[in-house]
Design a protein around this ligand. Sequence first.
Ligand SMILES: Nc1ncnc2c1ncn2[C@@H]1O[C@H](COP(=O)(O)OP(=O)(O)OP(=O)(O)O)[C@@H](O)[C@H]1O
Length: 458
Amino acid sequence: MPAKTMDELVSLCKRRGFIFQGSEIYGGMQGAYDYGPLGVELKNNLKAAWWRSMVYERDDVEGLDAAIIQNKHVYKYSGHEDTFTDPMVDCHECKSRLRADHMKDIKVCDNCGSTNVTAPRDFNLMFKTNVGPMVNEESYTYLRPETAQGIFTNFKNVVDSTSRTLPFGIAQIGKSFRNEITPRNFIFRVREFEQMELEFFCKPGEDEKWHEFWVGARKQWWLDQGLAEENIQFEYVTGDDLAHYSKSTVDILYKFPHGFEELEGVANRTDYDLGSHTKAQEEFGLSAKVKKNEHSTAKLAIRDLEENKWEVPFCIEPSAGLDRGLLAVMTEAYTEEELPNGTSRTVLKFKPHLAPIKVAIMPLKKNKPEIVALAKELKNKLQKLGLGRILYENTGNVGKGYRRHDEVGTPICVTVDFDSIEKEGAPVTVRDRDTMEQIVVPAAELPAYVINYFINQN
Ligand SMILES: Nc1ncnc2c1ncn2[C@@H]1O[C@H](COP(=O)(O)OP(=O)(O)OP(=O)(O)O)[C@@H](O)[C@H]1O
């Protein structure tokens, strides 16, 4: 059963080293979190799973890693400078700052109930920063609020260097920054986060088909990461909630401990973005309404070989939050179990490919040199398989080790004991996280056993 409250997750994350409050020793920093020893592994595994499915398992997607700091013209023409705002309300009474579209009633402070509140006004969410030693009117830019813009500005570079034709996509994972008015719900809404974004370019007219395809494909991917079908919903974004660039957007919602909320958005961005950043806009008969571009030096178009003309493709964007993804995966994996002997355990039932530690190797006696040597040898052998982190853990208390590894979601624990050094075949004990069953495997067969386990479980 998934986690019921955010508090139980927050507490486990801190206790076991998944996630810490940012700048904690100085009293914290709202909306910023640090990923600890296990959090960074989980995050890397989720990123790797996304990259594998987006780039390696498809032959029509290329990867990219664009700069976070970009020319300010990027945000002028993307529309962020003018429109990337949230409506903000200030309470004169308790000094809270609230997001008007999240308030129960925009005339009453959600925090103290006062009606002494300002009218909503637009607040730009981009962090402005100064570039170079001179501080003047011209020296500013912004930290990127989404990774997507770096994909659009590199469109021509990628097409020229890979000879791609439509349809094809460009995938990117990286940090984004938003000066959220009310960061909250742990890592759900933060000011610095990572996104996993694909911009998939297709012919105008084929956009609706591809939009539908990506909505389905992205839902399936989240199911493959272990989320339960009943905890996922679609929301068809309409009216004022639809971004100005979008023809249609489907949000994939997950049942977080604080309720169903957006995990990923899949938007049909039409020819808005490439059309905004291209030079010679008037040549292309754009369908989107764009600002006149006076600075771009490149035509962001592709040759339609059948019709022998240049056209600006449409773009479908599945945009997922990595931090929200991690929160969803942890929520789903969190399980409190009553055991037959009357005790209980907390176990994170991660899909094995996401588990921060793949295998823990534990010698039964920490000061028996032959046991320790065999345990270390097995650790080195398994590490070379390239599955991820294999932990050699020499605490001498196997029972406690099992509990700790249940709580951090380690799928397999291997114990090396006296039998392992005395009996023929060097048998070691392999314990399964979910069933808690233990079987004996000859040490020489352990690598094959572990590989099979990870192949079959995913
Ligand atoms: N402040 C944030 N903290 C963590 N993740 C975020 C944040 N803002 C956006 N994301 C992630 O990036 C994805 C794509 O961004 P998008 O601009 O579509 O979000 P959004 O619609 O503005 O989100 P919301 O409505 O929750 O503010 C979101 O689905 C979410 O997973």
